[in-house]
Design a protein around this ligand. Structure first.
Ligand code: NAD
Length: 444
């Protein structure tokens, strides 16, 4: 790994990655190779996570194509040095901001969207002119191998390489001195990554998780709230970092919401054969333990060997239950209630700042109040999850849910250092700033 990093650092110093033409070519070749492997990617997602081809395209492959399209269209503008104003006190000089790549980036990816969450950051790294080492998750080994095949077919390893392996490999990589680390994964591992980066003062982007609430106010359009919460929560069997983790509903509309959510679960995810699986038996066992919390009002059955858990609604859950102590990351949705919006806000603010927040309300004052009083990474009003798919919206967490953002321009920025330069004139020299000099500025 050390040799690989040295090779990449040597290659980076040659300067080949700096031109617009080079970057555009690499992104186009990457897209073409993904197209060539599209069916294999879909098959691998089906095999490891039982994702349907519809989900494979809409939440993994299609998002990657769109990211490449969005970025290649705008890259030339983003790469241009930007002239900025200079105060009169610096008469004769001009000021510029030069976007420049960090150098060699380490990208560590999770297993839940194993293709997209390795590729999307890589697109940002390439667009910004970096070399990169990608470490996919060991829990989706076939996708990890496929990523290696695709990436080594497109790029020489001194430019972009995949290093496969688990925690030990990840830790060995983290011991090395990269120029930037982009990590997607859990909060505890995010802390390990940041501690390792601190040893070399390496800048980090941390895309983490947490408990993202869906608040349903009494004024909400309940039928749509139920449909959109069910869709976002149970997508990929709840293994989505921005899935609503729990529902916080006004007591007066709880029963109606539950009834509608039951209907939509049947309609959208009622077919066991096509429903996504939990990544491993161990992960499924952890989730099944939560089923003893509260009261099961829908679902609750499972098949551990098949790694299948039925989409489940849990009523009468309390803040002290185990399920409310950690990110769920599975198809189990606890439902809690509130009496006033102030109370709901206080409950959420007692937790860590969430990665996402979803508010269902027709009341503009309530919308404004929640936006003003709750800090969270990003989210939606009257929807779930879809903010992630707008490349104009920077995506990321705050506090324990992450540091930094990406997607679209934010991806370019995540892998870029903005170098500020003042160009001074040599045609004249204003003496005011020099001490002990004739005509120096006298303060008294
Ligand atoms: P994880 O933190 O267990 O693993 C992520 C990566 O880190 C893997 O490649 C793994 O090999 C590596 N890793 C694991 N333990 C390590 C250690 N001790 N030292 C060094 N490296 C280590 O996360 P996961 O289980 O793969 O993914 C689920 C988590 O990721 C959830 O918390 C979820 O919310 C979060 N997530 C966040 C986003 C986002 O965009 N913010 C997206 C997807 C998932």
């Amino acid at each position: 790994m050390n040799e690989l990093l040295k090779k990449q650092k040597r290659y980076f110093r040659k300067g080949e990655t700096l031109s617009l033409d080079f970057r555009l070519k690499q992104l186009t070749r990457l897209k073409e190779t993904i197209q060539k492997y599209e069916q294999t990617i879909t098959d691998t997602l089906k095999k490891e996570l039982h994702k349907s081809s519809f989900e494979a395209y809409t939440t993994e492959i299609g998002i990657v194509y769109e990211e490449i399209r969005f970025i290649t269209k705008r890259l030339s503008d983003w790469m241009k040095p930007q002239r900025v104003p200079t105060p009169l006190t610096h008469l004769g000089s001009k000021s510029y901001i030069y976007p420049e790549p960090y150098g060699v980036s380490l990208i560590i990816a999770p297993w839940n969207y194993p293709f997209q969450l390795a590729m999307s950051p890589l697109i940002g790294a390439i667009a910004a002119g970096n070399c990169a080492v990608v470490k996919p998750s060991e829990y989706t080994p076939e996708m990890s191998a496929l990523l290696k095949t695709i990436i080594s077919e497109v790029f020489p390893e001194e430019y972009v390489a995949v290093v496969e392996g688990g925690v030990d490999v990840s830790q060995q990589l983290l011991d090395l001195r990269f120029d930037h680390i982009f990590f997607t994964g859990s909060v505890p591992v995010g802390k390990i990554v940041m501690a390792a980066a601190a040893k070399h003062l390496t800048p980090v982007t941390l895309e983490l998780g947490g408990k993202s609430p869906a608040i349903v106010d009494a004024s909400a359009h309940i039928d749509l709230a139920a449909k959109r919460i069910v869709w976002g929560k149970f997508l990929n069997a709840g293994q989505t970092c921005i899935a609503p983790d729990y529902v916080l509903v006004h007591i007066s509309v709880k029963f109606l919401l539950i009834e509608r959510m039951k209907q939509y679960i049947e309609q959208l995810y009622g077919d066991k054969d096509t429903y996504s699986r939990i990544v491993t038996v161990r992960h499924a066992e952890r989730l099944v333990r939560f089923l003893t919390n509260g009261i099961v009002v829908h679902g609750g059955t499972y098949d551990i060997e098949q790694r299948w858990i039925e989409p489940t609604l849990l009523d009468d859950v309390t803040w002290d239950d185990d399920i409310m102590q950690e990110e769920i990351f599975g198809p189990i949705l606890p439902i809690l209630t509130f009496g006033t919006v102030d109370e709901a806000i206080q409950m959420i603010n007692d937790y860590e700042k969430p990665l996402a927040l979803y508010l269902f309300s027709e009341d503009r004052d309530v919308q404004q109040q929640v936006l003003q009083q709750v800090r969270f990474g990003g989210g939606c009003i009257n929807d779930t999850v879809v903010h992630v798919a707008n490349p104009h919206l920077p995506f990321g967490g705050v506090g324990q849910s992450g540091i930094g953002t990406y997607h679209g321009k934010a991806s370019f920025d995540a892998f870029t250092h903005y170098k500020s330069v003042l160009k001074q004139t040599t045609k004249f020299d204003i003496p005011l700033r020099y001490p002990n000099f004739p005509n120096a500025l006298k303060w008294v």
